[in-house]
Design a protein around this ligand. Structure first.
Ligand SMILES: [Mn+2]
Length: 359
């Protein structure tokens, strides 16, 4: 397992590379260029300068997250070919600087949704991201966007970039009447164009699940169960058409048996990387993010790590996903230093125990 950390870049993260380097067992980043709009080419200069900085801090950068897929590709508009060509250029540029995995998603409009970004946890006075479907009923997509933008401590949040959401009303209208099958058809068109390039340059595309793991605002969502991902890997059969298995996203729905899903796709060699975190169920479609510790939430982190150990490559990329805000830290919701560092250490401990007991 290669333990990694999400980092947004020098000017847009409260966490410094030197701090990440000091977390025990940290090998590198799942990197992120937060200023790139969907559909834009990531230039070689931009990639080189970001990755050189990471290397200078003694860390690797073999995974890049969120090379966002332009909405026109998801909607299947004629302009998609140009955006797909740009995507392929970005893939080639990233490969040139040693990137092995690109994390992305194929979700219409919204990457992920929460109804509260800093819900106090009564037991210990920390706070974490929270979702209650009942709160959405009164809110509507535009209200939710406004609220999310207001409560992120001045940082932009991935998937919630202002320019991407500026034309929200128009975009939501364009998706009206789109079925999951039609969205999958557009997805196949995209994969058929990018996966051969990935195979050529040695990159894996890792699809991130819907978060939360069910349809929202009437939009088609096609990536929130084992059945969904079976269909996705079949759209273009290649080891390069892989998954970013996010335990907290899939795990928001208690019907998803996360260790079983990991074993299923691990045995097929379709897991390129994992986001690992815990969730606490509070009611129907109501949950909050918990610390990584199994006993603080409803996911069995030992069973999850054991499934990874048994079925994924020994050097599979893993990162603690979100963390709570603890010890008075101020940062981007979910992406502070302290609780994610605790999470990484806990996951490393589980891994060491599993490894030694297996020998
Ligand atoms: Mn995730």
């Amino acid at each position: 397992m290669k333990m990694t950390f999400r980092w947004f870049g020098e000017n847009s993260d409260s966490v410094k590379l030197s701090q990440i380097k000091q977390i025990p067992g940290m090998t590198g980043l799942m990197g992120f260029l937060d200023y790139k709009a969907a559909g834009e080419v990531w230039t070689e200069e931009e990639i080189k300068s970001y990755i050189d900085g990471v290397h200078a801090a003694g860390l690797e950068c073999e995974v890049i997250e969120s090379v966002n897929v332009h909405e026109d590709i998801k909607m299947g508009l004629p302009s998609r070919d140009e955006y797909i060509a740009n995507y392929n250029t970005t893939i080639r540029h990233l490969a040139k600087y040693g990137v092995k995995v690109i994390v992305y998603n194929f979700m219409p409009v919204f990457d992920w949704l929460r109804t509260d970004l800093a819900r106090p946890i009564a037991e210990d006075g920390s706070n974490s991201l929270y979702f209650d479907e009942k709160d959405l009923g009164t809110m509507g997509p535009l209200d939710l966007v406004r609220k999310t933008a207001e409560s992120c401590n001045g940082f932009s949040l991935p998937g919630w970039e202002p320019e991407r959401l500026a034309e929200l009303e128009t975009t939501l209208k364009q998706y009206e009447g789109m079925t999951p099958d039609k969205l999958r058809e557009n997805y196949k068109y995209f994969l058929d164009a990018v996966i051969p390039v990935c195979e050529e340059v040695g990159i894996k595309m890792a699809c991130h699940p819907d978060d939360p793991a069910w349809p929202i605002f009437g939009l088609p969502r096609i990536a929130h169960s084992q059945e969904d991902f079976d269909k996705i890997v079949a759209l273009h059969d290649s080891p390069a058409n892989a998954l970013c298995l996010c335990t907290g996203s899939l795990g928001s729905n208690p019907e998803n048996d996360i260790p079983a899903v990991i074993r299923h796709f691990g045995e097929m060699d379709r897991i390129a990387c994992l986001h690992i975190r815990n969730v606490k169920y509070l009611g129907y479609r109501n949950f909050r993010e918990a610390s990584h510790l199994s006993y603080d939430g409803d996911l069995d982190m030992f069973a999850i790590m054991k499934a990874v150990y048994d079925t994924c490559p020994k050097d599979v990329y893993v990162r603690p996903d979100h963390g709570r805000m603890i010890w008075d830290e101020v940062g981007r919701p979910g992406y502070g230093l302290y609780d994610r560092a605790l999470g990484a250490t806990y996951l490393n401990g589980l891994w060491e125990a599993i490894d030694k007991m297996s020998k």
